[in-house]
Design a binder for this molecule. Structure first.
Ligand code: SF4
Length: 402
């Protein structure tokens, strides 16, 4: 690192990072306070390249939101609906299975599935869904349910302890749980953006339990609303603590609050700037020294900014997704999917080496799919042709669940 390019007040922190020493919460706040984004990027890049070299990964995945009907009404959420609402939706298991079957023909390796806290779906519905997805392809990784959904299932649906609920879900196909629902851990902020939602301790405990069972998961942070920088540093500290304890987090995925459809006390908030999003990613990379991967969620950042973030600590561009609803119901104007070609082009142009990964961020070769073999076409072509098949379900046009 060229210390001449690092402002004096950040040099002690840069020296710690270079010496592989852990930075403190106070250091994190100092990093959040700097306007020298390039210096911050240089420091983050040291941590990024030490962990991941020049590789930048992506996953070929398919998002599924099985229903947006939810018993909660988080203030930041434009995705959830009550049953009577015009934009409420709920897919039948057959529809979901068909969607995933189509996605498998495109070579996806993961289905990522979350929904609202549904008031009526029964235990058998969830188990049947997972069983049928598992039966489609034994290699498909089923990443499903936020910690909030897991608690909902345990308490209100399965009526079982968290561990037994997770064990039951795993027996029928669950591969890993998602990182959503963390928002910002501070209880005062939580009360203002998602009143009634599980506490930080409850969110962390679901992941702790899953990790103790040998499971892996990702973790998230929803920022850029009413939280302070100290709240963000506190959030990162709690994640780092749990990771010290369990080692079960594979990656961290921060995303900015999407304010377009916000209502009530959050309606005045402006979207986090590109500068702020890069700064937050870089600070996260430097602080979370025990989490191997940092994902730029292009749905929130947009692919152009996600590409730039590869120089600010990021080593992963998430995935193809194929159909994102949550941010788009909140007003995101980014595309709802990416092609492998677009992700790889973005990575190469940024001077990194693209690599497809699995759900645990391990490098893999693309799957040979029936569609590719039938057309003898390159993966991107097969993907592009099939990706325009209209969704088999009429989508309500609107949108946001984490
Ligand atoms: S964020 Fe999740 S739990 Fe909260 S209202 Fe939206 S769907 Fe429901």
């Amino acid at each position: 690192m060229n210390y001449q390019l690092i402002p004096k007040d950040l040099r002690p922190i840069a020296e710690k990072v270079e010496a592989q020493q852990r930075i403190s919460e106070t250091d994190a706040l100092a990093l959040y306070g700097t306007n020298d984004l390039n210096a911050l990027g240089m420091i983050a890049n040291v941590a990024r390249e030490r962990k991941n070299g020049n590789y930048a990964t992506y996953i070929h995945n398919r998002y599924i939101n099985y229903s947006n009907i939810c018993i909660l009404s988080c203030q930041f959420c434009a995705f959830a609906a009550k049953k009577r609402d015009a934009h409420a939706f709920e897919y039948a298991i057959d529809e979901i299975v068909q969607t995933v079957r189509d996605a498998l023909r495109l070579g996806v390796t993961e289905v990522h599935m979350v929904g609202g806290l549904h008031p009526n779906l029964k235990k058998d519905w969830y188990l049947d869904l997972l069983r049928r997805l598992r039966a489609l392809d034994s290699q498909l990784h089923i990443k499903a349910f936020t910690a909030i959904e897991v608690r909902h299932l345990a308490q209100r649906v399965f009526k079982m302890p968290i561990r037994d609920t997770l064990e039951t879900l795993r027996e029928v196909g669950l591969g890993s749980i998602t990182g959503g629902g963390a928002e910002i851990f501070d209880p005062v902020v939580r009360d203002q953006i998602c009143r009634g939602k599980e506490t930080a301790a409850e969110w962390l405990d679901v992941h702790r339990t899953w990790h103790s069972m040998g499971g892996r998961s990702t973790c998230t942070m929803l920022y850029g609303h009413i939280e302070t920088l100290a709240h963000r540093a506190d959030h990162l500290r709690r994640l780092r603590q749990l990771q010290d304890e369990t080692g079960g987090f594979t990656g961290f995925v921060p995303f900015a609050f999407e304010p377009t459809q916000a209502h009530g006390t959050l309606s005045h908030i402006k979207r986090a700037s590109a500068f702020e999003q890069l700064r937050n990613l870089a600070v996260s990379r430097i602080y979370l020294d025990n989490i191997d991967h940092l994902t730029a969620y292009w749905v929130s950042l947009g692919l152009p900014l996600a590409q730039v973030s590869l120089s600010y600590g990021v080593d992963d561009l998430h995935g193809t997704i194929l159909e994102e609803k949550i941010f788009h119901m909140a007003g995101a104007t980014t595309p709802q999917q990416q092609t492998i070609a677009a992700l790889e082009h973005a990575i190469r142009e940024a001077g990194r080496e693209p690599m497809q990964r699995d759900s645990h961020y391990r490098h893999i070769s693309p799957r040979q799919t029936s569609a590719m073999l039938a057309t003898s076409a390159p993966a991107e072509f097969a993907y592009a042709t099939l990706a325009v098949i209209p969704s088999e379900v009429e989508e309500p046009r609107c949108k946001t669940h984490s």
